[in-house]
Design a protein around this ligand. Structure first.
Ligand SMILES: [Zn+2]
Length: 504
């Protein structure tokens, strides 16, 4: 890419389901166990230090005489772990050092979240002091970070130099690590590659070409299966990729309202994804899956606690949950592809995902996690991929209480009222469609204001200096910014219109 365009980086997780051999599975469990062990070790270090200092303070010791406070950084945990491992974990040679690093990094991240939350510099819900991870309650996971040899996550150097053909269905379980022990070397070589059930080729190619880089790889046991979640950082082309189907002019913006009875409602019907009113059907799980889930729930309730059978049923249930999540994500992909393809600007309402989950609790936990959150996640990266814009309207904007015709705002509109009736102008419209129209208008207004603030029209070559808003897809950092791709849009607007629009 030439230097005269805005550069925007995004990160996103790409998930590959894994199919480990029994020996690999044992290894995975031991890695996750080691990561959990070091996480708890680091946390205990901090807790003991805090307790000690409190006791010293209470017994009247002057501040200068207190035991120094324990650093909360992953760097110092790592250093202290290396000094202490012979005593606290004499078995450490059995496990990859990356597992220990994963544990202390997780502890440091938890402490950091707690610290920033207490200081008020962290977005989202308040975060408490990190808790010890228990064997039963925590999700087994281990994170590998390797930035030096990007390509080697998927292929051996031989393959990369074209000497053998790529495998295409594997990912590294074991990072290259020097050990003098021949037996350990041999065992590691046997287990180094873990089979994926989906092709890694597309990502491997992008990484090899330098278009994407891998930040870290997390292996975890989720939904009754092992999976690898690869955090990828990639460059977003700020140049719009025209498609024949993309709408232009005033039709280029669409508003989307999060639904309860529907997945979402658009400000006007979109052929192929909505019904004739503009509703997008909820990607509800298959009736078959729903029945099986209820059956397993009853079965689980009858199991003897701690029994082998209970563990088996729990595993079956976790797998079904995984399948349900996947079914739904697949259904949502069709919708988000169409939206990101067909519109230049997509306006959505900001979500209170936590609030939505509680609202829907009666539907059962498997079904409760809001599909709208998945819709939003997909839209975020798909609009970026295509160089279009996602505008997020503030959650407190009264989209449902405002009349989309005359702008009158009603004081209250109960959720049970499905039709908006305006007492000022007499307009009557489906509640969700009315809200979607308002979101579209508000999105347009926000975008114009944003573009105005970037005035005078920015010539393309200057946009690079204007660090464009980015969205960080890592859910744990929750650094989602309000607008995406604005700078790109400003750049496009500054160009002759004919270059960016395509006749429909
Ligand atoms: Zn009205």
């Amino acid at each position: 890419m030439s230097g005269d365009t805005a550069e925007e980086y995004l990160t996103r997780a790409v998930v590959f389901p894994l199919d480990p051999t029994p020996a690999q599975e044992r290894l995975l469990w031991s890695y996750c166990g080691a990561a959990r062990f070091t996480h708890n070790w680091a946390l205990a270090l901090v807790k003991d230090n805090l307790t000690l200092r409190t006791e010293q303070r209470e017994s009247g010791a002057p501040e200068a005489d207190l035991t120094p406070s324990q650093s909360w950084s992953a760097y110092s945990f790592n250093k202290e772990w290396n000094a202490a491992k012979d005593d606290v974990a004499p078995w450490w040679r059995e496990v990859s050092m990356h597992a220990f690093r994963s544990g202390v990094t997780a502890a440091a991240a938890g402490l950091e979240n707690f610290a920033t939350s207490r200081k008020g510099t962290r977005k989202g819900r308040p975060v408490g002091f990190p808790r010890f991870k228990s064997r039963d309650r925590s999700k087994p996971s281990v994170t590998f970070v390797e930035i030096n040899h990007q390509e080697s996550w998927f292929e051996d150097p031989d393959v990369l130099q074209g000497r053998t053909s790529p495998h295409g269905h594997r990912i590294r379980l074991m990072l290259p690590q020097t050990t003098p022990d021949r037996e350990v070397q041999r065992r590691r070589a046997n287990l180094a590659w873990i089979h994926t059930t989906e092709s890694t080729r597309r990502l491997a190619r992008k990484v090899a070409a330098g278009a994407s880089s891998i930040q870290k790889v997390t292996l975890s046991y989720t939904g009754g299966r092992w999976q690898a979640s690869v955090l990828v950082r990639y460059l977003v082309a700020p140049v719009i990729r025209p498609t024949k189907r993309r709408a232009v002019g005033p039709m280029a913006t669409i508003g989307i309202d999060a639904g309860i009875t529907h997945l979402a409602t658009t400000s006007r019907p979109v052929p192929g994804i909505t019904d004739t009113h503009g509703h997008i059907a909820n990607p509800w799980v298959l009736e078959k899956q729903r029945k099986r889930l209820a059956k397993l729930d009853r079965k689980l309730a009858r199991c003897v606690p701690g029994s082998k059978n209970r563990a088996k049923v729990k595993r079956q249930r976790a797998r079904l949950h995984g399948a349900i999540t996947k079914t739904r994500a697949l259904a949502i992909h069709a919708t988000t592809n169409a939206l990101a393809d067909q519109f230049e600007v997509v306006a959505v309402e900001d979500l209170n995902v936590a609030g939505m989950a509680t609202k829907k609790r009666h539907l059962g936990r498997a079904l409760a996690d809001a599909p709208m959150a998945e819709l939003r996640r997909q839209l975020t990266y798909k609009t970026s991929d295509r160089g279009t814009t996602l505008v997020v309207v503030d959650r407190f904007y009264p989209s449902s209480k405002t009349c989309s015709v005359c702008g009158a705002v009603r004081a209250k509109l109960d959720l049970s009222v499905r039709v908006f009736e305006c007492s000022t102008c007499g307009m009557t419209l489906d509640r969700d469609i009315n809200a979607a129209i308002n979101i579209e208008a508000e999105g347009r207004r926000l975008l114009e204001a944003k573009l105005e603030s970037l005035q005078p029209p920015v010539p393309t070559q200057n946009v690079a200096g204007l660090r464009p808003e980015t969205v960080n897809a890592d859910p744990r950092t929750e650094k989602t910014e309000v607008l995406t791709g604005t700078a790109a849009l400003a750049a496009r607007r500054a160009e002759p219109r004919s270059r960016v629009t395509v006749a429909v």
